[in-house]
Structures are given as C-alpha cells and as structure tokens.
Write a protein that binds this ligand. Structure first.
Ligand code: 5GP
Length: 204
C-alpha cells in the first residue's frame, strides 16, 4: 500500500451525531483527530487543546498570515481553522487523520488534497434530526429552529461529498465509515506504485 496517511473529512448536520461517530472512529479504529482552532467561546465542559484551541481574533488572523492553517472558514459569527503542522506531521508519519469540519472547509481541503475522502453523516430524515435535537434537552425552541434551518441549507451541499453515511445506529455508523475509508484505501487508483512494484517483483 502507498506510504502516506490519508485525510478524512467528516461533515454533517448538527445533531446527526458526527461528534460521537468521530470519537468512536478514534477509540475503536485508532484514527488520528485534528483539533481545530476557533475564535468562539468555549462551551461548558470544553477544554482548550482538547475540543478546540480557543484563540482571540487577533491571534487567529496572525495564524492565517503565517500560513498556519490548511484551511479556515467563517461559520456563523466565528472563525474556525485546521492547524497545518499537526496534520502534515501525521500524514508524513503514515497516519490517517480525521478533520471534522463544515462544508466550505471540506471543499477547500479537497482542492489541495485531491485524494482526501469526503464523508457526510446524516440522520435518516429531518424528523429524526429534530427529535434528536429536542432529546438533548439542552437547547430552547429558537436554537433548535436555527439548527434545523442551517441543516436545511447544508443539505443542499451534500452532493459535494463522495460518501453519505446514515447514522441510525451509532455503532453501525462507526463501522460503516471505517469500511468506506478501508475500501477507498484499497482502490486501484490509490495503489498504482504498489501494483507496479509488485509486478516488477514477480518479473524478477
Ligand atoms: P461548533 O461551534 O458547533 O463546535 O462548530 C461549528 C461548525 O464548525 C461545525 O460544522 C464544525 O464541523 C465546523 N468546524 C470545526 N472546526 C473547523 C475547522 O477547523 N474548519 C472548518 N472549516 N470548520 C470547522
């Protein structure tokens, strides 16, 4: 198999459970996870350096100027970016890295890393999404309405992704995403130099 690690981009609706899916992929299958930088305020329970690197707008802009991000985007009122060094080091070491980012970032990554794998996680339908958002019990009606509106907008971009995985049962979803990644890694196009070397080996 070809040497370098793969970039795996995971997006999905807020409430579709992509955070839990990503956590499962890291714990069960050992993927490496990129921690993003953001200018938004930490939510209760979030720890600097674990969920995000929390930055001031000035520090964030400074990092942009120094080419510190692979990609960055403005989402709602805040900036979010993928730190370059961690990702490049992990890929060079042959490890597969997951980025959990929104759609503009996903497109930006794909244009720089054409063999990145773009996966969209969704609920089976809109009602299930609404039920899950309500079931969390942590958000008021107005916030839930905002998230559903955003999900409606995001659903328009699903065609830009290469794979869509439905999160009905969480463990099935984690295994399906892993299968998608494995099958892509085994694709002929991803193994051209390996195939050439294997042929050469048999000719000798
Ligand atoms: P939240 O504020 O709910 O943690 O994240 C808001 C959105 O920003 C989510 O869709 C999340 O996937 C996305 N996001 C998180 N980190 C990054 C990043 O580094 N780059 C981009 N483009 N989006 C990100």
């Amino acid at each position: 198999m070809e040497g370098k690690g793969k970039l795996i981009v995971i997006s999905g609706f807020s409430g579709a459970g992509k955070g839990t899916v990503v956590k499962g992929l890291v714990e069960k299958y050992g993927y490496s996870l990129s921690v993003s930088a953001t200018t938004r305020q930490p939510r209760p329970g979030e720890v600097d350096g674990r969920e995000y690197y929390f930055k001031s707008v000035a520090d964030f802009k400074n990092l942009i100027d120094y080419n510190g991000f692979i990609e960055w985007a403005q989402y709602v009122d805040n900036y979010y970016g993928t730190p370059r060094k961690f990702v490049e080091d992990e890929l060079d070491a042959g490890r597969d890295v997951i980025l959990e980012i929104e759609v503009q970032g996903a497109m930006n990554v794909k244009s720089q890393y054409p063999d990145a794998i773009l996966i969209f996680i969704t609920t089976p339908d809109r009602n299930t999404l609404e039920e899950r958002l309500r079931g969390r019990g942590s958000e008021d009606d107005q916030t839930i309405a905002k998230r559903l509106k955003r999900a409606a907008e995001e659903s328009e971009s699903i065609d830009s992704y290469e794979y869509i995985v439905v999160n009905d049962d969480i463990n099935t979803c984690i295994d399906m995403v892993n299968s998608v990644i494995l099958s892509r890694k085994c694709a002929k196009e991803n193994n051209l130099s390996f195939i050439a070397a294997l042929k050469e080996d048999f000719r000798r």
